[in-house]
Design a binder for this molecule. Sequence first.
Ligand SMILES: C[S@@+](CC[C@H](N)C(=O)[O-])C[C@H]1O[C@@H](n2cnc3c(N)ncnc32)[C@H](O)[C@@H]1O
Length: 168
Amino acid sequence: MGDNLKFMLDNDKDSFFIGCEPYINGVANLISKLKENDYNRVKIFVQDVRVLLELIPNNFFSDIIILFPDPWKKRKHKKRRLFNIININLFLNKLKKNGEIYFSTDVEDYFLEVKNFFTNRKKNFSIMNSDNFYKKPSLLYLTKYAKKSLHRGISPMYLVIKKKVDIL
Ligand SMILES: C[S@@+](CC[C@H](N)C(=O)[O-])C[C@H]1O[C@@H](n2cnc3c(N)ncnc32)[C@H](O)[C@@H]1O
């Protein structure tokens, strides 16, 4: 719905943003909330993020934010997860040195899979929030899916990862 992107635009007037969402209603919701003076700081890509990432040079983004990607909970569907082992590398190549990835989910095995990926690559990445994975980083908005899971009594988990190297 673009709520997090709008929140970040409002709180950080010096940065430029690209939002990505193939679901047109979500994009329309964001556009309806943008102010005219936001226009020159934001682009919206209305397609699969993997298409966007293929077009972006390496070491480009200061931050990449992936909030509550579809969980694909069934065992046979897990390979469809957006932040899977193949796509993770696509995202990581586009992140600058010292850039950060913010990932959140309310599905424990998804969280652990992603966390383990980075735990096993300590040479290249630091986990920045190991003191409390349940605390929402202040940079982020409490999105619709975060609210939904809290409503169901489930605490969403957040992972903040810093990339320590230029080339992986
Ligand atoms: C469970 S919703 C979470 C929405 C929002 N981030 C939140 O926290 O409320 C997952 C969203 O990811 C989008 N999505 C799924 N696959 C995508 C892809 N390959 N590229 C870009 N967006 C994708 C879906 O259209 C959907 O809006």
